[in-house]
Design a protein around this ligand. Structure first.
Ligand code: H79
Length: 456
């Protein structure tokens, strides 16, 4: 009897520990989220077998536009022909991770989120539950190499992990019409799959990632569909609770779900809303766009590419100007969000020079103006009456000026009696007209990308 009662209790206790049944207090959540809210700027890295292909299949260009981490889907390749072309081209050079860490650090990023596995299914760590991993194919643990290098630079570590899997033989792609699968619709004879076995595998692989690499600061799940999501698709609540059991401080996004309560209004990458119950995740994830007026009180992060592809595509030359990227970061900070800016290293792990150059330009701007971004909160007023943006730190406001207004005087409805040019610490003439502060700008703005003035 006693034994039965005891085992019944033991069986029950993990269920009772589930966060969903014991909601976290706001104070605890605020404490857990605080580094992330202050960070404002992170680097995303997409790197996997697709990186070696770099936009080519059978030696021919597939596309000069985005999404080449989807190349297996684009060419409709099964996992074996995909691997036979891609694996020989995935040749990580020694020390590649230190290069990434240095790029991120010098750009002013506070955290780096990298792909531990993308939709293709290839795992960058040394997994005991698959041979389709760096451990077996390269005799290396790339997740360890990357996490070690990031920590050496004092950067927080985030794992992107795709729950879609184009390799695992039991991943049942037939259960969703909305999630991608390379052979979907092309292959008629489908052998029955036991999706439960895939989900066991997924949980096991994630357990390795949260058990063997020290503190994981972020888990960036990708992604679910309206017709396949949450507990039904991934045993999502249980998966999140298991992760939290090992990593109590971890911050996770909402992409194990695709329902209105989890911050989604549809399937599109811009179908995001501020309505999110924290049990579905910690932050909302607009992809490739910046919400017009932010997302209310929700924590959010815009992820974005520098050209149009996440995974390396040698044919994609549609690079955004450094100025655009700097202004995006400012725009996002002014709306209370984070910017997760992507690089797509090549098959040997090298960061494309166009990305290095842009990250350096952002870093250069941040070195002078970082205090107007880190640890700031959203602007108290909507779009300002000048060409620029506003961020806030307590009673101080930062005016980010993109273009000098005609006449050279900035008008803004904010308190303050002192205006300082961040670039050199000089004071600017300030007069008040009731609720408005009038700030006299220099003849030419010292920074063409964004000149920052602190109003105290
Ligand atoms: O990992 C990156 C994308 O591969 C992944 N999320 C980011 C962070 C993602 N998966 N699905 N989607 C994004 C939404 C679908 C985007 C698409 Fe396309 C646009 C599918 C077809 C056009 C991007 C471009 C993927 C293929 C081409």
């Amino acid at each position: 009897m006693k034994a039965t009662l005891l085992s019944a209790l033991l069986l029950l206790s993990p269920t009772l520990a589930f966060a969903r049944e014991n909601p976290e207090s706001t104070t605890h959540r605020d404490q857990r989220m605080s580094w992330w809210r202050e960070a404002r700027f992170g680097m995303f890295v997409h790197w996997g077998l697709y990186s070696g292909l770099g936009g080519d299949w059978n030696g021919k260009k597939v596309s000069d536009r985005g999404g080449l981490e989807w190349i297996q889907q684009m060419v409709g390749a099964d996992t074996y022909s995909y691997a036979s072309q891609a694996v020989p081209k995935f040749t990580p050079k020694p020390g590649f991770a230190a290069e990434w860490a240095s790029v991120a650090k010098q750009a002013g990023c506070k955290y780096v989120v990298f792909t531990t596995k993308h939709h293709e299914g290839f795992a960058l760590h040394d997994s005991s539950v698959t041979n389709y991993d760096a451990g077996d194919l390269l005799q290396r643990d790339l997740v360890r190499e990357i996490t070690d290098a990031l920590r050496k630079e004092g950067l927080r570590v985030g794992f992107y992990h795709s729950v879609i899997d184009w390799h695992h033989p039991q991943y049942d792609f037939t259960r969703s019409r909305q999630l991608p699968y390379p052979k979907h619709g092309r292959e008629i004879a489908v052998t029955p799959r036991d999706h439960r076995r895939y989900v066991d595998f997924l949980h096991h692989e994630v357990d390795e990632l949260v058990s063997n690499y020290g503190t994981v600061d972020v888990i960036w799940w990708d992604y679910s569909a309206q017709d396949f999501q949450g507990d039904q698709a991934w045993r999502a609540g249980e998966l999140m609770d298991k992760v939290r059991g090992k990593q109590p401080q971890v911050i996770m996004n909402n992409r194990l779900f695709r329902i209105p309560e989890a911050g989604f209004s549809g399937m599109g990458t811009n179908a995001v809303t501020a309505r999110m119950d924290p049990k579905y995740g910690d932050f909302v994830t607009p992809e490739q766009h910046i919400p017009d007026t932010g997302l209310g009180d929700a924590d959010w992060e815009t992820c974005m590419t520098m050209n149009t592809s996440w995974g390396f595509n040698r044919h994609d030359s549609k690079w955004k100007a450094s100025q655009t990227l700097i202004r995006n970061l400012i725009d996002i900070a002014s709306k209370g969000g984070n910017y997760l800016l992507n690089i797509g290293p090549t098959g040997d792990g090298s960061v494309p020079p166009e990305s290095v150059e842009r990250m350096a330009a952002i870093g250069n701007w941040m070195k002078t103006n970082g205090e107007s971004i880190y640890g700031t909160t959203a602007s108290p007023i909507g779009k300002p009456g000048f060409d620029g943006r506003i961020t806030r730190r307590g009673d101080s406001h930062y005016l980010h000026v993109f273009a000098r207004p005609d006449g050279g005087t900035l008008r803004v409805k904010l308190p303050g009696s002192k205006a300082t040019l961040i670039a050199d610490g000089s004071s600017l003439e300030l007069t008040r007209e009731g609720e408005e502060a009038l700030v006299r700008l220099p003849e030419t703005l010292p920074d063409a990308d964004a000149t920052v003035i602190r109003l105290d």
